[in-house]
Structures are given as C-alpha cells and as structure tokens.
Design a binder for this molecule. Sequence first.
Ligand SMILES: *Cc1c(COP(=O)(O)O)cnc(C)c1O
Length: 389
Amino acid sequence: MSVKRPIYLDYNATTPVSPEVLEAMLPFFTEYFGNPSSLNHSYGWEAEAGIEKSREILAGAIAATPSEIVFTSGATEANNLAIKGIAEAYMSKGKHIITVQTEHNAVLDPCRYLETLGFNITYLPVHPDGLINLETIEHAFQADTILVSVMAANNEIGVLQPIEKIGKICHERNIIFHTDAAQALGKIPLNVERMNIDVLSMTAHKLYGPKGIGALYVRRKTPRVQLAPQLHGGGQEKGLRSGTLYTPQIVGFGEAVRIATAEMESETEKMGALRDHLWDQLRELPGVHLNGHSTQRLPNNLNVSIEGVKGSNLLSRVREAIAISSGSACSSTNPAPSHVIKALGRSDDLARATIRFGLGRTTSEADIERAATIVREQIQTLRQRKVSV
Ligand SMILES: *Cc1c(COP(=O)(O)O)cnc(C)c1O
C-alpha cells in the first residue's frame, strides 16, 4: 500500500502549480531563455513576448492597462513597494497613513517601519465580524493623509472588505488607495476602475501559479500615482523595480491568472458549497465559533475558534490525516495568538484555539466529509480529556 498523504486543506497558505501552468513555463527555462531586456536579438524578443503576454492577462483580469503592471517577487514585495514607495514619494505632502489591524504582516510591518522614520500610522479596528466601518475610516482622515491601505480579502478569516466604497471615499479626498489582493485575485472579480483602486498587490502562488512571483498595479492616470523605487539597478519595469525579469515565473503567473479568471464563477460555486457543508458539520458541536463574516468572505475559507481545546493540540492530532493550519502560515511557528483573531475581540484562549481550512480546486466532497469527521472526533476527545483530568 502506498503511503497516503494528508488531505491538503491549506490553500490559503499556498497552492500547487497547475499542470497547464507548469507546461506553459517549461520552454522559458531552456528554449526561450533570453534576457527579456536583450532587445538586439530574437532570444530577447521571445522572452519579452512571453512577459508582455502575461502583463496583458494580468491587466485584463483587473481592468487595468499593461503598462500599469510592475512585476515583483510576490505580494510581500508588492506591498513593500506600494507602501514604502508611496510614503517616500509623497512625504512632502503628508506623513499620515491609514491601514487596518487585520492586515497581513507584509502591510503592517512596512507601516511599523515607516513609524520609525517619523510617519504616523492609524491602525483601524474592525467589527467582531472582521469588517471595517466606512465611518471609522472617514473619522481617521487627516489633512496630511497620503495613503489608505485595506486588503481585499483576508488571508486568515477570508473576510472581503467593502473595497469599492473605501476607494470612493479615498478618491473624494484625493487620497491614494492601495489594496492587498493576494487572496482575492482569481477568487472574486476585481476592477480597478469600478472599485477606485490606485495600487493593487498580487501574487501567483495563491492561485496555482509558481512561488516567487507577484505584481503591483500602479495607476497611471487620474491620478497618476508616484512611486519611489525600492530596488535600484538596471532600470527594468520603468525604473520602478530593477532586476532581470524572471521569465518562466512571469509566464506561469499569466497562465494561472488566465485559468483562474475563466473558472472563477464555477469554482466559487463549487468551493462555496463544500465550505458551507464543512461549517454545517462543525457547527453542530457546541462552542464552535465562526471567525469572520458569514457571507462577506472568500468561497474557499473557513476559520473557526473552538472552546475548550488548544489549537496546537488539535492540529497535532489531525495532521497525519489533514493538512490545516492555525491561521497565517507565516506565524504558525509563533505561539502568540493571531493578531487577526484578536482584532475580532476574541479572548487569548479562543484566539489560540483557532483553525483555518482552505479549500482548493481539487477538494472533493469526500475530503470534506473526512476532514469534518476527524476534526469533530478530536475536538470531542480533547474536551473529554480535559474534563477527566
Ligand atoms: C500570501 C499573502 C501575502 C504574501 O505574499 P507572498 O507572495 O507570499 O509574498 C501577502 N498578503 C496576503 C493577504 C497574502 O495572503
């Protein structure tokens, strides 16, 4: 008998590269290997053509133009470029930035860094359902506010913020609006025009593309967003991000976005139904709380806090059968309770007893049944133990 690997339910942490994506990438490692900036010969042109095709696909997926897409190494770099790049470019206008307590650390940490340089950051609270209040943002605006950064979809609790409305109130005040769309891209429709987005971060590895590649959308008109580069060198990407473009990864990113966009509707319906079924199974137990709004959320995410168990105990008891996490992959080595769950107002104990399920394209009904059964069994076992001690 072959060794059975656990059922993978951690698709909010990362996804496998899809076979079509890998196939699109392969010739760009060996055959079309030219430097895409070498425009004196056909090797360079071939690579450049692959990159420009991806740039068009990415732009098309968010209703932008290709010249507004800057390739980066991922969403972490895209967020750093957006936040530090805008802070640097606009600091003569103001030094106040507004963001939210539930953001990814790739937004929060650049903001904390800017505080050491004399910037003033407002970290907005959220409601117990994870949503932010538009009035709270309006109250936070100051005369010197230069940037608002609010994520489109949360990586831990899947909550979808009201991006379109936030963009509108920023634009009414001529304040730049950035959104981290790492989890949203390919899962919910994104349109930078309709949603009033000026700067948007993306990554490939959350939607069946390769790791180590991402992009930043930077609006070029009404308004034209200024950005100070954070990597200096060869002047690639119009000087905004130097470094030889990583052609195979970029080609894979484009193909991944093409597929995700085409399949968005059917995938949303399928994963949403499976996710709801999983929640129906878990909520039958007493003391199991849903984290994040019940409907304003990603179709593939379920995050629960469980009374009377320790999250780390539960995870270690289920991990041979299912691969799930306590929340952010980046902080799973850190026993501190998640800053996202804490921001919902949960106690430290409940925040530590949190597990996140991320569903994917190949997740089946049988996978969900099995995951629900195992998690329920282990919750009951751990709770009984506690009573008998
Ligand atoms: C995964 C993720 C990131 C980091 O993206 P990388 O491409 O891994 O650097 C940033 N923000 C959110 C919301 C994410 O889910």
